[in-house]
Structures are given as C-alpha cells and as structure tokens.
Design a protein around this ligand. Structure first.
Ligand SMILES: *Cc1c(COP(=O)(O)O)cnc(C)c1O
Length: 475
C-alpha cells in the first residue's frame, strides 16, 4: 500500500508527529502502546509473531556448537574460544563531553551540567568477523542453514564436533548450495563472509547507497556482488527473486525470525557483562538502551531479548535518521510495512548507510508495539559531530550509523516536553537518586571494518561541524 495525498492529509491530522518527520525535524517519540512487560510478552500479537523465548536459547546453543569450528575458521575469535562477542565499556569521557557540549541546534545540548548516571558503550563495532551488529543475526542464520543441510544429508549430528565443517564432504555439499541476501552493506558483509567461509556459493544484492569498499571486500572474500541503482527495498526484492530456485536460500532481512533470534542472544550476554562489572539492574537501578534502527531486525531482536531478561527494569529506545524513520512511521501509524518514508516525501538519504531503510520489517514493529519505550530521530550532521566526539573522548572509531543512539540520553534525561516529564514520573526517572543509579547503554553498532581513509573523512567533517558549533556559540 502506498498512501495517497488524501490519506496523507488524514494521517497528518491523526498523527501530528508526521508533520515534524516531513520537515526533517529531530523528534523524541514515546510509544503510547507500551505496557508492562509481563503483559506484553503474553499478548496475542507476540504469541502470533512466530518468535518464542526458547528460540533464543536454541540460537545460543547453536552458536556454542559451532564455536570450535568458528575458532579455527576465524583465528581472531580463538582467544574467546569461537564466541562472537563484543566488550561493554564505561564511557566517562563521552559522558563528560556530552554534558559540556552546548550547541543550541544540537539535541545533545541545552545543558552544561553533568549528565547523571553511568554511560556505557556496547562495542558491536568491534565484533569479530564482520565488525557490526550483523555479526549476530546474519551469522546465526547462515550457521543454522548450514547445520540443517549437513544434518539432513546425514553428514552431521548435533552431538558431533562441529569442526566437521572443515571436512570435504560437508564443504562439497555446501558448495552445491547458494545463499542470497539483499543489503545496504553490513548484512551483506556478515552473510557473505560467513557463507563463503563455509563453502557456500553466495550472492549479495547491494543497494545504491552501499559503500564501494564493502563491495570490494566481499568480492575479495569470494562472494558474488550484484549492484543495484535502487535503494535497500529494491536490493532485497532482487535477492528474493533470484533465490526462487532449488538449492538457494534467501536471507530475508524484512521478515526473518532466524536473524531476529540471533540478535536476541545479545541480551543474556549483556546481562553477564553487567553482572561481571557489578552493575545492578532493577526498579531502582534502571537500564536504558539506545539502539540504531534500520529495517528493525537488529535492534528489535536485541530489545526483545532484553525485555525477556530484565522486564520492566529495561527501557529500550530505537534511533533513526531524520530521512529514514521507517520504524517510527510504521509504529506511529500502525501501518508497519504498509507505509514507506517516501510516502511522506522523505528521500531515505543519509550518511548512516546501515540505517538507510525506507520501509520497516513486516513483523518487528508489531512485536515491539507493546515493548518499546520510544524512538528518536537524528540529523546526519549530529551523527558526524558525535562520531568526532566519540573518538576524541573515548578513542572509539565508529561508523555514522553507530552514533544514532546517543541523543536518546538527552531525551530520557532532559527532553522538556510534557509527555517526557510524565514518562519520567511514571518510570521513577524523575527521582534524582534513580537517575544517578541509571545505566545508559549506547549500542555502537558498527565501525571496525571501515577503511581508515573513509573513517577519517567522516571524522574531519564531524570536527568541522563541531568547531562551527563552538564558534557560533561564542558569537
Ligand atoms: C544494520 C545496521 C543497523 C540496524 O539493524 P537493522 O536490523 O537494519 O534495523 C544499525 N547499525 C548498523 C551499523 C547496521 O549495519
């Protein structure tokens, strides 16, 4: 469905936020459909979603079975025994920098007093194998597919040592099979690298905004790359079309449950990391998590997992570029994948290529409706400013998409709109002691694979923007 101009007028009347989206303004939206977690998890929409808690445990167990093979196939994971995980680090430098920054244009602004609580970064930019959050969902789905093929062919049992995937008979089996995916870049990297390593034939359909270095890297690893002049949705459609043949498996970023549960395994691992660092999470010590959102599978999976683990003590927020707010538009209107950002006149162009998605997942918004706390939008300039700030304050080298979550802290602590005051009061965050005990986790979703020269160019743009900010303030 595509909204006609008449629909659009009606939609704007019903949802005044749409006018802000159309104007490219940064907004902080609170989800009115969120309910208590226990109630949400028992709701019919979630029951019908095709995702269940035990699927996450299955995914975890599968990743464990593959760990010995992963440790050998990807030596950078050997030290962690083939476990694909990223650090959780405190970011006091960034917390300080955010308190001090005082651009009137910036959502980070409006204060020079210290931000209360504890700011931490979940460094998925440093995930091994593909350097982004896609190393969770994407890799899980490829492994699940390979496992099923090998078991069905009688070449593997779940109890076996999975280093069997090194053996010629399994590699020959997989060489006769094709994996196909459509991507703006990072999903293609994770699927392409893992599939090629297992011996699959793999084809990645890339959208126009996919970066050249990602295509080059994939080709170097043995993947076939098909370039499209259209956006992410077109690349996915082309992949779906190509996979309509025997021996082909299509990884459907717009609706895959196997991707979703792969992402969701992050939750119990984050819980382990918090507890290892002695950080409590409960009603008096809330956890706020800020997740950059493209089609929704990554942030949706992680948030779903977190709600299972922490219940009402965790508040999950998504972040989208002002030109690509597909999840916000879908959830706000209840249309989900029935409406695209182009329908309200946005062009889906952003420097955050990982988030350049015009139409949300077919199921994630429905799953998140009773669970998600809110969504904020961010301008590209602010992503670049934050990219520079994250390096200067913490030495983190992130890609623009990975910074989108940061302004969420501002909304949670400082957004002055009446609904945000009400939200804080309803969730205990109006209490100074609770604020001081809150842990804010910014999910840094990607960056370590970005070539140095390309990262430098973004960093320089961010520095230039920051110096304009401080100059205009002095004037
Ligand atoms: C893909 C991606 C996301 C968002 O994941 P979705 O599943 O598309 O919502 C966020 N950050 C980066 C760097 C990504 O590559």
């Amino acid at each position: 469905m595509s909204a006609t101009p008449h629909d659009l007028h009606a939609l704007t009347l019903r949802h005044p936020e749409i006018a802000s989206l159309m104007a490219g303004r940064e907004i902080g939206w609170l989800n009115p459909e969120r309910v208590a977690t226990a109630k949400a998890l028992a709701s019919p929409a979630l029951q019908a979603s095709g995702v269940e808690a035990h699927d996450i445990e299955d995914a975890d167990a599968r990743l464990m079975r593959f760990a010995p093979w992963i440790a050998e196939a990807f030596p950078e994971t050997a030290a962690a025994s083939g476990r694909i995980e990223s650090p959780l680090v405190a970011a006091p430098g960034l917390q300080q920098a955010l308190s001090g920054i005082a651009s009137t244009a910036s959502p980070l602004s409006a204060t020079e007093s210290p931000l209360p609580g504890r700011l931490m970064i979940k460094c998925d930019n440093a995930l091994p194998i593909s350097g982004s959050i896609k190393a969770r969902g994407g890799i899980h789905e490829v492994l699940k597919h390979a496992e099923r093929l090998a078991i069905d062919a009688g070449l593997l049992h779940q109890e076996d040592d999975y280093r069997a995937f090194q053996r010629d008979e399994i590699r020959d089996l997989l060489a006769g099979q094709q994996v196909v995916v459509g991507s703006t870049g990072n999903l293609g990297l994770s699927i392409g690298i893992m599939s090629a390593r297992l011996g699959f034939r793999v084809t990645v359909h890339m959208s126009a905004d996919a970066k050249q270095w990602k295509k080059d890297l994939l080709r170097a690893r043995g993947a076939e790359v098909v370039e499209h002049s259209g956006d992410y949705g077109k690349a996915v459609a082309a992949g779906r079309q190509e996979a309509q043949q025997p021996n082909a498996h299509f990884i459907d970023d717009e609706s895959s449950r196997d991707l979703f549960v792969g992402y969701a395994t992050a939750a119990s691992r984050l819980a382990e990391q918090l507890s290892a660092q002695g950080i409590p999470v409960d009603a008096r010590h809330p956890l706020c998590v800020y997740l950059p959102c493209g089609v929704g599978g990554g942030p949706g999976g992680v948030a779903y997992g977190l709600k299972q683990v922490f219940g009402d003590a965790v508040h999950c927020f998504f972040a989208e570029p002002v030109n690509s707010p597909c999840m916000l538009l879908g959830m706000l209107t209840g249309e989900h994948d029935g409406i695209a950002v182009e329908d309200i006149g946005l062009d889906n162009r952003t420097c955050a290529d990982g988030l350049a998605v015009g139409r949300a997942s077919a199921f994630v918004g429905r799953v998140m409706a009773p669970l998600l706390s809110g969504i904020h939008t961010v301008r590209d300039e602010h992503l670049l400013e934050l990219l520079a700030l994250a390096y200067d304050s913490e030495g983190l080298m992130l890609e623009p998409s990975a910074l989108a979550g940061v302004p969420g802290i501002h909304h949670v602590l400082r957004n002055d709109a009446p609904e945000w005051h009400a939200w804080r009061a309803a969730n205990g965050l109006d209490d100074g002691e609770v604020q001081a005990n809150t842990t804010h986790v910014v999910w840094a979703t990607g960056g370590s694979m970005v070539p140095e020269a390309i990262w430098q160019a973004d960093y320089q743009r961010g520095k230039a923007l920051l110096s304009q900010v401080s100059t205009s303030r002095r004037e």
